[in-house]
Design a protein around this ligand. Structure first.
Ligand code: GCO
Length: 460
């Protein structure tokens, strides 16, 4: 039995999400060539314990087992990402058929179990061969992504009807090129802005391809907006710090994709860095291609203030000179992230207003120090509590009139958590990386019960 009593609209979809590099393993198998994350992992200090994309969850060899677990949970939908370096190992040109075959098998197994596949085209594993040609800093990447989209949607679009182009372009640009914590690990504010523009250009270039090759499908993008709070002191400098941070974290993508323009102040706030020549005529029209829905990944809020006189206000995010990020307010998860269901509701509502689209919560979840008990169970009450509180926030947003159509728990499985390697566990299913044994955690059992109750209530 569950103590969770909130209800959701008929047809609300219950899912879980993963990503190729985080779960598949088999990084050198069947023709796959290195991605920028394979390269990034090889550099000492970039990833905890010098962990790599192997073995991850060995999902490449465990599709049947893992899809059966999804079925045991009662999932309606499963969000996964396609590894560009499996499908087009050098990024363009020759298609690697064994790579296509893997996703064929995955999709067919999902459909056999009545689970709808939701495919993310890009979840950060850019072929290294394309990074060697400039990667997201090279405007040609839009054409490269267009080719990759055509291959993937061409191969799977007869069965995959939900396509999201990019996962969290903020991470692929600002976190990866300006802040440097993610591959390729650059530290240049302007590069992050250029990469963001080219990511959005690639997105806008891919949407017509999805429309052509999957005319009965849905096209979306998955963003990771965060609600930005500042001191409630009426200080104009702090208010401007909130504006600048919100532009760099949210408006940088909301603006071009949904309004065909960069957000107010962004161009002026970065005029000292660039003449913005990378924004060419027609780009914003391409970028703002109409979509069917918006994926929202959200875990925590962001708190900022303005630097005080004499304080070091340097900030690698574009337009954020003088913006100081404040410590999160407890209680915190194992990632040190603030748990704020209220901010989750607020950013869902903001995302719907900005986009004018139906919303899917394409990622939400929490990391905790999980252990397998003597009885073989994984008791994770903190993750259950986080799930209840954040599902409650989604229900509040819906009751307030926001069109939210589904929720994907991050993540189905414990997996490779980027710079944290395998140290951080987000799964509702525990993975023993030595034995690859899967154990549904209490949170997974709770999620399954909530799903079963909702299915019974709405589907009879
Ligand atoms: C992200 C990515 C996931 C992460 C998850 C936890 O949102 O950063 O989509 O790959 O693993 O969010 O950080």
């Amino acid at each position: 039995m569950t103590s969770f009593e909130r209800t959701f609209p008929d047809g609300f979809l219950w899912g879980a999400a993963t990503a190729s590099f985080q779960i598949e393993g088999a990084t050198t198998e069947d023709g796959r060539l290195p991605s920028i994350w394979d390269t990034f992992c090889e550099v000492e200090g970039n990833v905890a314990n010098k962990d790599t994309g192997d073995p991850a969850c060995d999902h490449y060899h465990r599709v049947d087992e893992d899809v059966a677990l999804m079925s045991d949970l009662g999932l309606d939908v499963y969000r996964f990402s396609i590894a560009w370096p499996r499908v087009l190992p050098t990024g363009t040109g020759t298609v690697n058929q064994p790579g296509i075959d893997f996703y064929d098998r995955l999709v067919d197994r999902l459909l056999d179990h009545g689970i709808r596949p939701v495919a993310t085209l890009y979840h950060w594993d850019l072929p290294q061969a394309l990074d060697d040609r400039g990667g997201w800093l090279n405007r040609d990447v839009a054409a490269w992504f267009e080719e990759y989209t055509a291959v993937s949607v061409g191969a799977l679009g007869d069965r995959v009807k939900h396509w999201t182009t990019l996962n969290e372009p903020w991470c692929s640009s600002i976190l990866s090129y300006s802040i440097g914590n993610h591959a390729p690990g650059h530290h240049d504010t302007l590069e992050g802005m250029i990469a963001a523009h080219h990511l959005m250009l690639a997105h806008g270039t891919a949407v017509p391809v999805i429309r052509e090759l999957c005319p009965d499908g849905e096209a979306s993008i998955t963003l990771n907006p965060t609600y930005v709070w500042g001191p409630e002191n009426g200080d104009e400098h702090d208010a401007d710090a909130v504006r600048r941070a919100d532009n760099a974290l949210n408006g940088l993508f909301f603006g071009p994709i949904f309004h065909g323009a960069y957000p107010d102040g962004m161009i002026e706030d970065t005029a000292h860095l660039t003449d913005h020549a990378f924004i060419q005529d027609g780009d914003l029209e391409t970028i703002s291609a109409p979509l069917d829905n918006l994926g929202v990944n959200n875990y925590f809020p962001t708190r900022v203030r303005a630097a005080r006189d004499g304080e070091d206000g340097s900030n690698p995010m574009p337009g954020c000179d003088g913006v100081i990020e404040l410590a999160p307010q407890g209680p915190l998860t194992a990632m040190g992230w603030e748990q704020s269901p209220k901010s989750h509701q607020l950013i869902i509502e903001r995302s719907a207003r900005e986009s004018g689209l139906p919303i899917y919560i394409t990622e939400n979840g929490s990391a905790w120090e999980d252990t397998v008990s003597d009885d073989g169970a994984v008791h994770d009450p903190e993750r259950v509590n986080y799930l209840h509180e954040h599902l409650g926030a989604v229900a509040d947003a819906i009751e307030g009139g926001t069109d939210v159509r589904g929720y994907f728990a991050w993540s189905l499985l414990d997996n490779f958590e980027w710079a944290y390697g395998y140290d951080k566990r987000f799964g509702i299913i525990h993975v023993d990386y030595d034995t690859q044994k899967r154990t549904i955690k209490d949170s997974g059992l709770e999620y399954a019960q909530i799903i079963a109750n909702e299915h019974a209530r709405t589907r009879g």
